[in-house]
Design a protein around this ligand. Sequence first.
Ligand SMILES: *[C@@H]1O[C@H](CO)[C@@H](O)[C@H](O)[C@H]1NC(C)=O
Ligand SMILES: *[C@@H]1O[C@H](CO)[C@@H](O)[C@H](O)[C@H]1NC(C)=O
Ligand SMILES: *[C@@H]1O[C@H](CO)[C@@H](O)[C@H](O)[C@H]1NC(C)=O
Ligand SMILES: *[C@@H]1O[C@H](CO)[C@@H](O)[C@H](O)[C@H]1NC(C)=O
Length: 488
Amino acid sequence: MFSVYTPLFKLHSIPSSVSLHLSASPCEYSISLLFFFFHPLMYSAMSSVAGHAGSIRRTFGSQKLLKTENIWLLNPQFAGAAIIPSSLKDKEEIYFFFSEFNKTARVDEEPYRARIGRICMVDEGGIKALLENSWTTFMKARVMCGSGNTQQQYNNMKQAVVLTAQDKRTGVMYGLFSNAWGRNVICAYSIEDIDQAFSTSKLKSYSSPFISSRPGMCVRKNSTAGGPNDIKNLGVIRYHPEIEDVIRPVGVSPLDLPTDDQITHTVADIVLAVNDEHYSVLYLGTDQGKVLKVLHSSEGVFIISQYSLFHNEGPVLNMAIDSQKGHLYVGTAMEIQRLPLADCGRYGDSCRECILSRDPYCGWDRARRKCVAIPPGYNDTTGEVMVQSNTSIFLPCPVRSFHATYRWEKDNCIKNYPCLFSGDFCILGPVVDTPLKEGVFRCMATEDGFKVEVISFRLVNNGRLLAASLASTVGLSLLLAVATLWLH
Ligand SMILES: *[C@@H]1O[C@H](CO)[C@@H](O)[C@H](O)[C@H]1NC(C)=O
Ligand SMILES: *[C@@H]1O[C@H](CO)[C@@H](O)[C@H](O)[C@H]1NC(C)=O
Ligand SMILES: *[C@@H]1O[C@H](CO)[C@@H](O)[C@H](O)[C@H]1NC(C)=O
Ligand SMILES: *[C@@H]1O[C@H](CO)[C@@H](O)[C@H](O)[C@H]1NC(C)=O
């Protein structure tokens, strides 16, 4: 039945943890089949189509081939999937993002529900009597996208992308949602929040205490499996896979994007800027054939640039990102375009314009007087000092203007420290929560409403010693082009 699939476009290299969404179909109706490669295993999620319930499966590989029970999913339409890494191999999970559709909902009821489903990769299925060929770690949660508990909820998740650290359970999920009137918005979720909910929430319509261990946890099956407690836990998961906690977006509401266009597609990238910090960049395709490049941080969203790529205005139907080669592919019904992720030439030839762009892929090269892409592996670690980790550390910031106010910030402004003047320097001295913890400390100068990074240091805990090294910028060849200026 599902014989020919024509991907809209192919990437030359597909990182193993990236899913490829194939939605083009030779048939009249649209089938959404999501393949998910994780060598040497393959996972797939099939959306519900006429006569088929839809499922999440392990379809190939050395581990047991497993599937979801039909009652766990209500006409699912899949929107994305991602491996959620862990420093412990056994704890690795896959999150699946989808919408469920209630066919018998009344006209005045919302038929869609956005969902996250999760399975553990170590799952080897149940026992002969229960869940023999099914996941024993499947759980699902309701995902809300809207302001608080208002009626304005966006319940149909159409697309989801995840950015995570390489080996840690931290990161962000972006979902593209629509409401009953067809308006689209983006909501962002913390992977830590989702992980916390799956690890601690009560299960829906199950009030008894858990026996011995929590059901559905990621543990390797062993020869003692099949005891009475295991069977009881399998039964709990079989009949209560949904958790009670609801997943809500960071910042409580959808991203506030200053555009009138409808967002039709989204991809995301994580960028290591010259200050050695990571930034999330979203690429949003619109119904007018435009692409918006958006910086997202705890402070909100900032549109870095906007592209009109196509001769014929038409909705962007598909996008794919190849972070390694640095390309974005964008497709409409009629055209495909390729865009460099680091498109630094467009910010003109002045340092100010380059920096004002806040594009984390770019930096100002002082020697060549050009806005350039940050070279791969750029890392300047001159001026390293080692100190005992329980002693005070004095980080110097050169003072160039006495009209400016200076402050030290840590880890993307999560913490603020005063700057103590001492001659031509302003020093991060002994502060309340010394000894200082690891992280990037940045000295920020504010003058006339402009905020500029003067210097930054990275502190690394090296056993008993803290190594402080220059993390970026002044005196070095590249100036930071992100988060240095806040425009009000
Ligand atoms: C679907 O909607 C109908 C009508 O409100 C309701 O009775 C039924 O329980 C819903 N089904 C599910 C699975 O929620
Ligand atoms: C087998 O699993 C049980 C619980 O699932 C655990 O308590 C036990 O230590 C495990 N045995 C081995 C040999 O790993
Ligand atoms: C930069 O160099 C330091 C010290 O060698 C290292 O700890 C750090 O991980 C490097 N950063 C990157 C992004 O490679
Ligand atoms: C700092 O740590 C060293 C080594 O652990 C210890 O000998 C010293 O007493 C500590 N100093 C203070 C002020 O705690």
